[in-house]
Design a protein around this ligand. Structure first.
Ligand code: SAH
Ligand code: SF4
Ligand code: F3S
Length: 482
């Protein structure tokens, strides 16, 4: 293999990534868009394959990366063995997310040996962590580009070093605090779009790696968000999801202070047909937000409100900054303002030294609230986070048993909730042919439930009334009602 020179411009540093300077306002700058003629020449007749893991923040980053690569002239293909450039936009939230990447990298070995000029890159959250980067560097010599979540708009100069200077390059920034505007992007969906309203997270839940991989909370201005939504409307988009790790803390890093309710109102006033929000945090919720949600018909009656645990002790050890009583109070308030709301949540089982009694508290609150949907996870220690340093006395088997117990409880509530939809009429934004049955067209209801109807592709992009005739818990079957 010709490529040998390792060049480390900067290596990940989780400690530095965990530092915060709250006094500084995040400066906004324009995206870098320039490439060299040599790079453009290299890209001629070349292909790329971009694989995206993790959450919506990564999907949005991949849309931006795609635009950079396509502007250079690279052609997108889905075959990573064939592609001249393979990029893994990775997730670090749990150990299995990282193991998946090592598996994929292993499979690439032969194709890299056959094509020594092939560029294999790792970006995203895993690239922000020391241990995986060292592991990749040592075990996968054909990985020749590692960059993080903060320097996506440097992709041209990074590629340039890889292509023209044949470097194995590591450039990961750990203390970014600016906001990049005017990023190019090719959106993956034609009618639904993700819109970042903020980057990073300052919460430091003790189990979570995100504040380190995504850095300090930086809120975009209301004007920039509204401008993006207006552009999307002009292009025919019907739905936006406002993205942030903790949307309820939106703005506290801006001079005007916490103003998520105001941002939501301004986005609602653009008259985009549908608005969703992702993700809320119970500790920062202001009643005003419920009021705005109830006031505007284009804000969807759905809320994802991660609970994590029903035990006040565990919540404290998680540094979640609310207790179960506050969570219940929010749920009551929410259901008062929006009686038909679809409420979903995230729950972690087996946080270090969670007792049987503490776990029971989670079961109790889940039983009481009856979530319409819930994502359940077994706690996964993340190096660099405070919880990972706790000696955990609970066995894997015990955790698995608790997990299964919780799963059957949340599934029961989800099934009951879905069954109640049968016989109702819902509005669905159709966005594609069903993956299972190509005579069906699929879309999402206002509650964000997946709905399939018999129909043809002309439905795609339309919002139509649908009568629900059957329920399969995670999807509904309906027929057009208009
Ligand atoms: N910012 C979002 C969540 C992002 S991560 C929020 O605060 O709600 C999505 C979910 O992954 C979290 O809600 C949590 O339930 C889960 N999660 C995060 N870190 C985890 C870990 N170390 N082990 C297991 N689950 C984890
Ligand atoms: Fe992680 Fe907590 Fe921030 Fe969510 S709010 S990203 S769980 S630290
Ligand atoms: Fe994963 Fe990073 Fe999102 S860790 S969940 S891709 S913010």
């Amino acid at each position: 293999m010709k490529r040998k020179k390792l060049k480390i411009i900067s290596a990940p540093d989780l400690k530095m990534a965990g530092r915060r300077n709250f006094k500084e306002n995040s400066p906004t700058r324009h995206a870098q868009l320039k490439y060299t003629t040599e790079l453009k020449e290299w890209a001629k007749n070349k292909t790329y394959c971009l694989m995206t893991y993790g959450c919506q923040a990564n999907v949005r980053d991949s849309e931006i990366l795609s635009a950079y690569l396509r502007k250079l002239g690279l052609k997108k293909i889905d075959d990573m063995f064939e592609a001249d450039l393979v990029l893994f936009n990775t997730c670090a939230i749990r150990e299995n997310a990282e193991n998946k990447i090592y598996g994929e990298l292993g499979r690439l070995k032969a194709s890299c040996e056959n094509n020594p000029d092939k560029i294999v890159g790792i970006c995203g959250c895993m690239a922000q962590e020391e241990t995986p980067v060292t592991y990749v560097k040592n075990h996968f010599p054909y990985v020749n580009l590692i960059f993080g979540t903060h320097n996506i708009d440097s992709i041209y100069s990074l590629l340039d070093s890889c292509v023209t200077e044949k470097y194995r390059l590591i450039d990961v920034i750990s203390n970014q605090d600016d906001i990049v505007e005017d990023l190019p992007s090719i959106r993956f969906d034609q009618y639904k779009a993700f819109v970042n309203i903020m980057y990073g997270c300052d919460n430091f839940c003790t189990y979570c790696i995100v504040p380190y991989t995504r850095g300090k909370q930086r809120s975009r201005s209301i004007e920039d968000v509204v401008k993006e939504v207006n552009c999307l409307i002009e292009k025919g988009y019907k739905e936006v999801t406002l993205l942030g790790q903790n949307v309820n803390a939106y703005g506290y890093d801006l001079p005007e202070g916490n103003s998520f309710d105001e941002l939501l109102r301004q986005v609602a006033l653009t008259k985009i047909k549908r608005i969703r929000i992702m993700t809320s945090h119970p500790a920062y919720f202001k009643e005003e937000v419920f009021k705005v949600m109830a006031e505007y018909d284009n804000i969807m009656p759905a809320l994802h409100l991660p609970l994590q645990s029903g035990s006040d002790e565990v919540l404290k050890r998680m540094n979640r900054k609310y207790d179960s009583a506050r969570y219940l109070e929010l749920v009551d308030m929410l259901r008062k303002y929006i009686p038909d709301v679809y409420l979903s949540t995230d729950i972690i089982v087996g946080f270090p030294n969670e007792t049987a009694d503490e776990f029971q508290k989670t079961l109790d609150i889940v039983e009481k609230i009856k979530f319409d949907g819930a994502y359940t996870f077994i706690y996964s220690p993340r190096a660099g986070t405070p919880a990972a340093r706790i000696k955990d006395m609970v066995s894997k088997e015990e955790k698995m048993e608790r997990f299964n117990q919780l799963l059957s409880l949340v599934n029961k509530a989800a099934t009951e909730s879905a069954n109640k939809q049968v016989g109702t009429v819902v509005e669905v934004l159709f966005d594609g042919v069903s993956k299972r049955d190509n005579s069906m067209i699929s879309g999402y209801s206002r509650h964000n439930r997946l709905v399939h109807v018999k129909g043809d592709e002309s439905l795609i992009g339309q919002i139509r009334r649908v009568k629900i005739i059957a329920s399969h818990t995670f999807s509904l079957i309906g027929e057009l009602d208009d």
